[in-house]
Design a protein around this ligand. Structure first.
Ligand SMILES: Cc1cc2nc3c(=O)[nH]c(=O)nc-3n(C[C@H](O)[C@H](O)[C@H](O)COP(=O)(O)OP(=O)(O)OC[C@H]3O[C@@H](n4cnc5c(N)ncnc54)[C@H](O)[C@@H]3O)c2cc1C
Ligand SMILES: NC(=O)c1ccc[n+]([C@@H]2O[C@H](COP(=O)([O-])OP(=O)(O)OC[C@H]3O[C@@H](n4cnc5c(N)ncnc54)[C@H](O)[C@@H]3O)[C@@H](O)[C@H]2O)c1
Length: 471
């Protein structure tokens, strides 16, 4: 942690400022920065690291690990195809790069500089509401400060790992996303609890560095929020990397001794050096919300209107994971721009969640946008659906993967799409544009798709929707 310019904030009993932002992850930092640049007197409150989960315990270190794991897997395919390669994974090297290049030793100096460079001020400590638009900060350095915001308070405290109430688990040295990226060596074996994005990404990354991984998922498929066709493709890929995938099963008990973990799953006892809990997230809503008249459901997620105002509580905004609209950095920053405009009294588009991209960076990537087929049917749409495999990229290479498109037959537009395959997150971009801007399938079919690309599979599946049979 770098030094904090705390003394820049005055010390009267209750200090009046324009805006207080509590939590400086991607959402909070973006709002505070935009308001700072616009000349507002804005104070950001952060109890840990400015930048939040994404750069230090989330997106950045996980993607660095996955990118190197992919390089290992690719190098492992050289022998027999185009030469000879003896590939020896060395986790310590990527661990060092995570420490030195990605997280700077978990030091947020750069982020503090970026924030304060906008004119926003930083208070390092834990914030909680003690009244309407009034935040009390328990300072990391000791003591408290109370700030009253003339324009509003933005709540951007995100989430933390939700640890399931499994017998024995709480007293063991299990890992979450906070410990796992600080590992200096790959464990010999690891049980991963949860087959959501965090679980599958890290299961594959560690397996490719030589860890014997067993993944336990309670649902009947991996990535249960995505189209049902995606899970089995990913499952086969993980198994090909040596991961044992246990679906529809829960961890019943956990013990830890000098030899590692014993994880009971039904009748089975799994032994592993490490245990990674990736079984979901819990909102960080312990914020004295009741003092500002904010009602909070059991989930802790705050309901916001289209300008990110907390519903029923004027003067309070919420952005990022805390809103429950999706846990993605790009969504948090998009919401932040909407909230900042509203706080500045500027016109602009409202929040729009129709085409928020979701990308899980496994190999193959799993990417989705908009509604799944099931969600579209639940909404009563007259649904047209088509699915096709990714097939061959010309005759260069063949891969397992798929494209699934969901259309509203009445309007002739796509409402959702899924791509599983190499670069699926990149292929997805055309579907994001199509869903967001409601481009007619007819018009999409008048587009020429380059040969031989993976994205060309989209053209075939668009035809299979049968919404423009004359084309
Ligand atoms: C392993 C992992 C991988 C991920 N990979 C991706 C990815 O590839 N792409 C993607 O888009 N998303 C990814 N995410 C999700 C992404 O990290 C989150 O969606 C994003 O960080 C949410 O931003 P936020 O601003 O809502 O909150 P957070 O990043 O959670 O930040 C909230 C901040 O608030 C602070 N805080 C909390 N309570 C208080 C308080 N009372 N007072 C003061 N400060 C407080 C916290 O210390 C924290 O710094 C990943 C997440 C994880 C865990
Ligand atoms: N690439 C990305 O964009 C990326 C990567 C990682 C995380 N994230 C974000 O972070 C969020 C949280 O990710 P996550 O993977 O922790 O959560 P998640 O809620 O998406 O998945 C958790 C999984 O754990 C399973 N589970 C829960 N309790 C269990 C138990 N006791 N035993 C076995 N299985 C259990 C659930 O069925 C679920 O499939 C994601 O929804 C995503 O938005 C994004």
């Amino acid at each position: 942690m770098s030094t904090t310019p705390e003394d820049e904030v005055g010390t009267p009993e209750v200090e009046e400022v324009d805006v207080v932002v509590v939590g400086l992850g991607p959402g909070g930092e973006t709002v505070a920065g935009l308001l700072g640049k616009a000349g507002k007197d804005v104070v950001g409150v952060e109890e840990r690291l400015v930048g939040g989960e994404c750069p230090f315990y989330g997106c950045v270190p996980s993607k660095m690990l996955l990118a190197e794991a992919r390089r290992l897997a690719e190098a492992g395919r050289v022998t027999g195809r185009c030469g000879e390669a003896d590939v020896v994974p060395d986790f310590a090297r990527v661990a060092q790069r995570i420490r030195e290049e990605a997280t700077h030793g978990w030091d947020d100096g750069e982020y503090v500089e970026r924030l304060t460079g906008t004119g926003a001020r930083l208070l390092r400590g834990r914030g909680r509401l003690v009244g309407e638009r009034t935040v009390e900060v328990t300072l990391t350095a000791g003591g408290t400060r109370t700030l009253r915001a003339r324009d509003g308070v933005v709540l951007a405290t995100g989430t933390e790992p939700a640890v399931p109430p499994v017998d024995g688990l709480a007293t063991t040295p299990y890992w979450t996303n906070h410990e796992v990226f600080q590992a200096t060596e790959a464990p010999a074996s690891m049980v991963v609890v949860g087959g959501g994005p965090i679980g599958v990404e890290l299961a594959q990354a560690f397996a490719r560095f030589g860890t014997r991984v067993t993944l336990v998922e309670g649902a009947e498929r991996l990535l249960s929020g995505e189209e049902p066709e995606a899970g089995p493709v990913l499952e086969a890929a993980l198994e090909a990397d040596g991961v044992t995938v246990l679906l529809g099963q829960h961890v019943d008990a956990v013990r830890h001794d000098d030899d590692g973990f014993t994880v009971t799953v039904g009748e089975e006892q799994l032994r592993a050096e490490r245990l990674l809990v990736a079984s979901g997230r819990r909102a960080r809503a312990d914020l004295g919300l009741e003092h500002a008249g904010i009602e909070v459901p059991d989930s802790g997620l705050l309901t916001t209107d289209e300008h990110l105002r907390v519903v029923g509580s004027p003067g309070h905004w919420a952005v990022g994971d805390l809103t429950g609209e999706g846990a993605y950095t790009h969504l948090a920053t998009a919401q932040a721009r909407v909230a900042a405009r509203a706080l500045l009294g500027r016109d602009g588009p409202a929040a729009d969640y129709r085409a928020v991209p979701r990308v899980t960076y496994t190999d193959p990537e799993v990417a989705g946008v908009g509604l799944t087929e099931e969600q579209a049917r639940e909404r009563g749409l007259d649904v047209a659906v088509a699915t096709g495999d990714l097939g061959a990229r010309g005759w260069l290479e063949r891969t397992d993967g798929l494209v699934k498109l969901v259309a509203d037959r009445a309007r002739g537009v796509l409402v959702g799409g899924t791509v599983v395959g190499p670069g699926a997150g990149e292929v997805l971009s055309m579907l994001v544009v199509a869903v967001q801007h409601e481009l007619p399938v007819r018009d999409l079919l008048r587009t020429v798709f380059a040969y031989p690309t993976w994205h060309r599979a989209v053209e075939t599946v668009l035809h299979d929707l049968d919404l423009a049979p004359d084309l």
